[in-house]
Design a protein around this ligand. Structure first.
Ligand code: ADP
Length: 619
C-alpha cells in the first residue's frame, strides 16, 4: 500500500477529540455513517436526473448494515454515488463539509465545550469514537477504478487502488477493544445496532437493511417521517401509535398538534399533549424538551429551548431545514430561529388547549388534572408575566356545581352588582362548601371559587384580577354583601353587644386583632377570618416550608360572631350574670373557630377540659 499521508491540522484536532472520546455519546457514529450513505444515494439519484447516461432505479437504492463479531467489524454499505480518489482525499482527508465545517468554525472561535459535538453531525470522523481503524472502499459512478481509504487516526491515512465491481461505498469500522469504563463490545451485538438504527435513523428515506438469522434481508427503518406526510393522509390511530411508541406512553394523548409552517422560517412540528403526567413529572428528574430534526435527520432528543416551563408537559418534535446546526449548546440557545420557532409553538399550544377546552371539556379536564398545577406554577413563577398566555387555561372548582370552571365562565355568570371574584381556600371542595362564610355568600347568589391546591391562593395573588375584577377571599378582611338596612341592623346589634364584645376581645387579645359581629354568617354562630394580607391558607402553606420557624408568618385573626344567632344573647347574658365563665367561653369559641378553618388548636387537652367544664354548668 501507498505511504501514510497526514491529516490537515484541524482534521487532526477533530480526530484527536474523537479518538480520545471526549464526547460521551458514542452511539451517534452509526447515525452519521448512515446519514452519509443516504446522502450518497440522494446524490446518485439527483445525478441521474441531470445526466442521461446515468440510469438508475431509485427503488434499488439502499443501505446495508452488517456486524461481524469475530472480526470485530461493523460494515455500512450503500449503492450511492461513490467516491473516487480525489473525493476521498478532499472529503475524508480534510474537514470540508457541513457538520464538520461547523466544528472547524467553532474551533476557530475558540469554543471549548466539545462535549456535545455529536449532536450536530461531525460526520465521518465520528467513526473513530468506536473504531481503531476505518476502511472505506468506494467506486464512483462512471468510474473504472475503485479506491480504498484507510486510517487508524493518528498516523494519517492511506489511499490506494482497490477492487470493487459495483458503484457505491463500503465503510468498515474496526471496533476498539473494551477498556475499563467503556464497553465497545456492545456495538458488535446485532440488537444494539438494530435499536440504534431504529432510534436514530428510522426516517432515512432509503431502506436500511440487515440480514435476518434465516439469511433474508430485513428493512429496519420506516423511511417516511410521519410529520412529513400531509395531515389529511395520517389517521388519528397512526398519530396515536407514533406517540405511544416514540414517547413511551400507554395512553393516547389528549391532543395531537401537527403544524407545518412555511415562510422566512420553515418548520414542521408534531406535538402531543399527554393525558397523564409521567411518574417523575413533578420532580427534577423530568427533562422537558422537544426532539429536534433537520430534514428528517435526528439531531437531539430534548431541545429545552423550544418549550417554556409552563408547557413542559408537551412531547413531540420539530423538524426544520433552516436550523443552524452549531455545535455549541450556548450558540444553540441564542439561535434566533429556535427562539422564533418556540414562540410559534407556544401560541399554537395555547390555542389548541383552548380549543380542547371548548370542544372536549372532559378530555381537557383529564389533561388539567394531570398538568393544571404546572400551568398554575407557570403563572406564579413568572410573577404574573404569563398571565395573558395562561390564565384562560386555568380551572378552579366553584360553588356553582362544585365542578371545574374557567374564570371566563365565572365572570360571565357574575351578578350585575358584583365587583369582585369570590374565592375561599380549603382542603377539599366539600370543606370549602361547608365553611361558615360560604353559606351566606352563596345564599346571596354569588358564586365562590373553591381553591383546593396549595398553590392556588399564591397564583391569585400574583394574577390580582381577571377582566378587571379583583379576587376577593370571602374569609378575609371586610366582605360587603349587605344592603343599607342590613348594615344599619348590624350597627345597632354591635352597639347593644358592645360590652361583651369588648370583654371577649380583652380575653383573646393575645390571639386576635378584633372580636366583632359578622356580616358574612348566616346560620353558623362564629367564624374566624383574617385581615387583608397573609391568609390562613398562606399561613398553612408557609408553615410547611423549611425555614418556617424563623419567619413565623401568621395571618392576623379576627373572631366574628353571628348577630342573628342565639349564642350572642347567651354571651350577653353570661357577661352580665356569670362573667366568671367568660374566660373559658372565649377560649372555646376561638378554638372551635380555628378547627373550622382547618387550623391546629394550640392546646387540645385544654380545649376539651374547658368544654366539659362549661357543659357541667348547663342547667
Ligand atoms: P458531511 O456529511 O457533513 O459533509 P462527513 O465528514 O460526514 O461530512 O463526510 C464528508 C464527505 O465525505 C461527505 O460530504 C461526502 O462527500 C463524503 N462521503 C462520506 N461518506 C460517503 C459515502 N458513503 N458515499 C459517498 N460519499 C461519502
Amino acid at each position: 500500500m501507498a505511504a501514510n499521508k497526514p491529516f490537515k491540522a484541524e482534521s487532526q484536532r477533530l480526530l484527536d477529540l474523537m479518538i480520545n472520546s471526549i464526547y460521551t455519546n458514542k452511539d451517534i457514529f452509526l447515525r452519521e455513517l448512515i446519514s452519509n450513505a443516504s446522502d450518497a444515494c440522494d446524490k446518485l439519484y439527483f445525478a441521474s436526473l441531470e445526466d442521461e447516461s446515468i440510469q438508475i432505479d431509485r427503488t434499488q437504492l439502499h443501505i446495508e448494515v452488517s456486524v461481524d463479531k469475530e472480526a470485530r467489524t461493523i460494515t455500512i454499505k450503500d449503492n450511492g454515488i461513490g467516491m473516487d480518489l480525489s473525493d476521498m482525499e478532499d472529503n475524508l482527508g480534510t474537514i470540508a463539509k457541513s457538520g464538520s465545517l461547523a466544528f472547524k468554525q467553532a474551533l476557530e472561535k475558540g469554543v471549548e465545550d466539545v462535549d456535545i459535538i455529536g449532536q450536530f453531525g461531525v460526520g465521518f470522523y465520528s467513526a473513530f469514537m468506536v473504531s481503531d481503524k476505518v476502511t472505506v472502499i468506494s467506486k464512483k459512478i462512471n468510474a473504472n477504478q475503485a479506491f480504498i481509504f484507510e486510517s487508524s487516526g493518528v498516523d494519517g491515512y492511506v489511499v490506494d487502488e482497490a477492487d470493487k465491481e459495483d458503484v457505491g461505498t463500503i465503510i468498515t469500522c474496526h471496533i476498539k477493544e473494551n477498556i475499563e469504563d467503556e464497553d465497545y463490545d456492545r456495538f458488535l451485538e446485532e440488537y444494539t445496532i438494530r435499536s440504534l438504527i431504529k432510534q436514530y435513523s428510522d426516517y432515512i428515506r432509503y431502506p436500511i437493511k440487515m440480514k435476518k438469522e434465516e439469511g433474508e434481508m430485513e428493512t429496519l427503518n420506516s423511511m417516511i417521517p410521519l410529520w412529513k406526510r400531509s395531515k389529511s393522509d395520517v389517521t388519528m390511530d397512526e398519530y396515536h401509535s407514533f406517540y405511544k411508541d416514540k414517547f413511551y406512553d400507554f395512553e393516547d394523548p389528549a391532543k395531537v398538534i401537527h403544524m407545518n409552517v412555511e415562510g422566512t422560517l420553515s418548520f414542521t412540528s408534531l406535538l402531543f399533549i399527554p393525558k397523564k403526567a409521567p411518574f417523575n413529572f413533578y420532580s427534577n428528574e423530568f427533562e422537558k424538551g422537544l426532539q429536534l430534526y433537520s430534514k428528517g435527520v435526528f439531531i437531539m432528543d430534548k431541545a429545552k429551548d423550544l418549550l417554556g416551563d409552563h408547557f413542559r408537559f408537551v412531547r413531540g418534535l420539530v423538524d426544520s431545514p433552516d436550523l443552524n446546526l452549531n455545535i455549541s449548546r450556548e450558540i444553540l440557545q441564542q439561535d434566533r430561529q429556535l427562539k422564533s420557532i418556540a414562540q410559534r409553538l407556544e401560541k399554537k399550544i395555547k390555542s389548541e388547549l383552548i380549543s380542547l377546552l371548548t370542544s372536549d371539556r372532559e378530555t381537557y379536564e383529564t389533561f388539567y388534572t394531570a398538568f393544571g398545577n404546572q400551568l398554575k406554577y407557570g403563572l406564579y413563577q413568572s410573577y404574573g408575566m404569563n398571565k395573558e398566555l395562561l390564565i384562560d387555561l386555568i380551572l378552579f372548582y366553584s360553588s356553582y356545581e362544585k365542578k371545574f370552571v374557567t374564570l371566563a365562565e365565572y365572570v360571565a355568570r357574575m351578578k350585575d352588582d358584583q365587583k369582585e371574584i369570590y374565592f375561599v381556600s380549603a382542603k377539599s371542595v366539600d370543606q370549602a362548601d361547608r365553611l361558615p362564610a360560604s353559606e351566606r355568600v352563596k345564599d346571596k347568589g354569588f358564586e365562590i371559587l373553591y381553591l383546593v391546591d396549595d398553590i392556588d391562593e399564591f397564583v391569585l395573588q400574583m394574577v390580582r384580577d381577571y377582566q378587571d375584577k379583583p379576587f376577593k377571599s370571602i374569609n378575609q378582611g371586610d366582605l360587603d354583601l349587605n344592603d343599607e338596612n342590613e348594615k344599619e341592623a348590624i350597627k345597632d346589634a354591635t352597639e347593644k353587644s358592645k360590652d361583651v364584645l369588648e370583654a371577649l376581645k380583652e380575653k383573646l387579645k393575645d390571639k386576635v386583632e378584633d372580636v366583632r359581629l359578622s356580616t358574612r354568617l348566616k346560620t353558623h354562630p362564629v367564624c374566624l377570618v383574617s385581615t387583608d394580607g397573609v391568609s390562613f391558607e398562606m399561613e398553612k402553606v408557609l408553615s410547611q416550608m423549611p425555614d418556617a420557624k424563623d419567619q413565623n408568618i401568621k395571618a392576623k385573626r379576627i373572631l366574628e360572631l353571628n348577630p342573628e344567632h342565639p349564642l350572642l344573647q347567651t354571651l350577653n347574658r353570661l357577661n352580665e350574670s356569670q362573667s366568671e365563665l367568660l374566660d373559658d367561653v372565649a377560649s372555646v369559641l376561638y378554638d372551635q373557630a380555628c378547627l373550622i378553618e382547618g387550623l391546629p388548636i394550640e392546646d387540645p387537652v385544654g380545649f376539651a377540659l374547658k368544654l366539659s367544664n362549661l357543659l357541667t354548668q348547663v342547667h
